[in-house]
Write a protein that binds this ligand. Structure first.
Ligand SMILES: Nc1ncnc2c1ncn2[C@@H]1O[C@H](COP(=O)(O)OP(=O)(O)OP(=O)(O)O)[C@@H](O)[C@H]1O
Ligand SMILES: O=P(O)(O)OC[C@H]1O[C@H](OP(=O)(O)OP(=O)(O)O)[C@H](O)[C@@H]1O
Ligand SMILES: O=C(O)c1cccnc1
Ligand SMILES: [Mg+2]
Length: 554
């Protein structure tokens, strides 16, 4: 059975949608320390301070070497409605100490994001460690207050989109359906999982609310409980079905039973081994959905019962002019059973001259992860689609992406965050990011520059340096230069149209194509290079020396 929602609804269209997932994305969806810092900044007279923050991550997830950036639309929408309501202020008053000056609450009540500018990489782009995905500029207090919410909106979205894109790469052209609602991290996790796995390459979801809110195709089969709820054929109260082209209804139960008897020699089983309850369940489901009959065949025994019962009902439907859809396997050796099923379908197709029978859909589910798909591919199989829940939505292999939000400039002065771990030292200053392409269309390197530097030019040699290892540098002559950070929000308006879900989905596909296959592969992928310009290299290291205290040995 399958349902597809039609009509193009922008993913942020109607007021109804605004009340959906996003009603919980509001200024109080933050860490308390942002609000205490806001007071301390205010008290310290920093209301006019102007800051620049970068949002970036340091390590790709899933032992991979790439990440898909997602969540931008939600970030921009958050800015459009960033302001504290009266009840928000009343609540903040309750949680802050009584010593807080009353004027601070007046100040908070008037805050909004009109003074903020937000630059970002396009949603759906393949991104790499240390590259600023979002640059936020504006009044210190406001841009600080945005930190937690922006990170929350980007981290899981990007993690899921990346996970989904990895499943997509493993599955090739096979269909992928997200079945994770029951296993997801709460209702919001589930909705985000459905939305961003669709962006990352899935074809549909079982999550009905996600379908309604985001216009994602909704798909579904049935559960084992539907099968176990039937004991025998006598229970069936509705027993007839009219042919698809109209006319008198026929005894559909009888038709299916006759087919089952005829099929017994093909399946080489004893009729007594096949479950009558399962046959009754399949018959009733086919009567309910004659045009979308897809049956779960592993409740009792795939070979001895499920496939035989399915084929009997599918052939009865075919007699009446309906096209059955296929089966779902949810246990056992999925590669092997899919081949067994396909062989039966092919035999029946040949014996009864029904070509469509050989192409019945075989869906597999049951705790599937990226490795299962890769292994099943190696073994050989006849699966057409996968239903994937737990491993996709919980990102079991790596449950969080570590995006951080770091101050890089205050009042025009660059800021650096030092660390004993060199990889954690921030790259200071307001920066631009350029993606430099080689002749074959593949991305060669990302280059971070101080924003006042001239952009690199096509055909002109540019020195790209490793940010921390002096000896690692390379000259690049780019065939194409792409400026990654674009302005999305300024002066209280959305500066350029936000792409819809379909466009973001396409961006993921086109963006992955520009990444070399050795960077994309699962096993020991090659790291992509992210570099700094020579000027930024010196700027960074001078500031590092200025800020690093000189120790004394004793
Ligand atoms: N051909 C295959 N190659 C690799 N992994 C497979 C293959 N077929 C199934 N799997 C995976 O093996 C695991 C089998 O799960 P498990 O051991 O719980 O058995 P099961 O089939 O679910 O049994 P049951 O439902 O009867 O308890 C699942 O994670 C499934 O995705
Ligand atoms: O395995 P996942 O990737 O999470 O995919 C979703 C699972 O959810 C359903 O059953 P459920 O696990 O609830 O019950 P069952 O496996 O015992 O049938 C379905 O049959 C899948 O097995
Ligand atoms: O429709 C299905 O088959 C389905 C939906 C959710 C979870 N497991 C299976
Ligand atoms: Mg299961």
């Amino acid at each position: 059975m399958s349902q597809m929602m039609n009509g193009v609804v922008p993913s942020w269209g109607t007021p109804e949608k605004r009340l959906g997932q996003n009603c919980i994305v509001q200024p109080l969806l933050t860490d308390f320390y942002q609000i205490t810092m806001a007071y301390a900044y205010w008290k310290a007279g920093k209301t006019q301070a102007h800051a620049v923050f970068d949002l970036f991550f340091r390590k790709n997830p899933f032992q991979g070497e790439f990440t898909i950036f997602a969540g931008l639309e939600e970030c921009v929408k958050f800015l459009t409605k960033f302001s504290y309501s009266k009840s928000d202020i009343d609540y903040i008053r309750q949680i802050l100490p009584p010593s807080i000056e009353e004027e601070f609450y007046d100040f908070l009540g008037k805050l909004d994001a009109r003074g903020v500018s937000l630059y970002a990489v396009k949603e759906g782009t393949v991104v790499f460690p240390r590259v600023p995905l979002i640059r936020v500029e504006g009044p210190l207090i406001v841009v600080q207050l945005l930190e937690t919410t922006l990170l929350n909106l980007v981290n899981y979205a990007s993690l899921i989109a990346t996970n989904a894109s990895r499943f997509r790469m493993a599955a090739g052209k096979l269909k992928l359906f997200e079945f994770g609602l029951r296993r997801a991290q709460g209702p919001d996790g589930a909705l985000s999982a459905s939305r961003y796995s669709y962006i990352g390459g899935f074809d549909g979801t079982s999550n009905v609310l996600a379908g309604k809110l985001f216009n994602i195709p909704v798909k579904g089969t049935h559960a084992h409980s539907y099968v176990t709820s039937f004991n025998n054929l006598d229970e069936l109260t509705v027993r007839i079905l009219a042919p698809k082209s109209g006319g008198a209804a026929v005894d559909f139960v009888n038709l299916a039973v006759k087919w089952r008897e005829k099929l017994v020699p093909i399946f080489n089983v004893m009729l007594s081994e096949a479950s009558d309850g399962e046959l009754a369940a399949f018959i009733s489901f086919a009567i309910a959905f004659p045009n979308g009959f897809l049956a779960l065949v592993d409740t009792y025994d795939v070979k001895k019962s499920g496939l035989l019962n399915f084929c009997a009902v599918a052939l009865a439907l075919h007699d009446l002019g309906y096209a059955p859809v296929g089966i779902r396997l949810d246990s056992g050796d999925l590669a092997y059973l899919s081949i067994v099923a396909r062989n039966f379908f092919t035999q029946i197709s040949e014996k009864y001259n029904i070509s469509s029978f050989a192409k019945l859909m075989i869906m597999a589910s049951n705790d599937i992860n990226e490795e299962t798909i890769l292994s099943i591919n190696e073994q050989g199989h006849a699966i057409d689609s996968f239903g994937i829940g737990t491993h996709l939505v919980t990102c079991q292999k790596q449950p969080a992406l570590g995006c951080v939000y770091k101050m890089v400039e205050i009042n025009g002065q660059a800021r650096i965050k030092l660390s004993h771990d060199v990889a954690k030292v921030t790259i200071p200053g307001k920066k631009e990011v350029y993606r430099l392409y080689g002749e074959n269309g593949h991305a060669l390197i990302d280059l971070l520059q101080i924003s006042s530097e001239d952009p690199p030019q096509v055909g002109k040699k540019v020195l790209c340096r490793h940010p921390f290892q002096e000896s690692k540098r390379a000259f690049v002559i780019p065939s194409k230069v792409e400026k990654l950070l674009q302005l999305y929000w300024q002066d209280g308006t959305i500066y350029q149209p936000l792409p819809n879900m379909q466009e973001i989905k396409e961006k993921v596909i086109s963006s992955l194509k520009i990444v070399r296959s050795d960077i994309r592969r699962t096993l020991n992928p090659t790291p992509y290079k992210v570099s700094v310009s020579d000027d930024l290299y010196h700027y960074l290291h001078n500031l590092w020396l200025e800020n690093a205290p000189i120790g004394e040995l004793s």
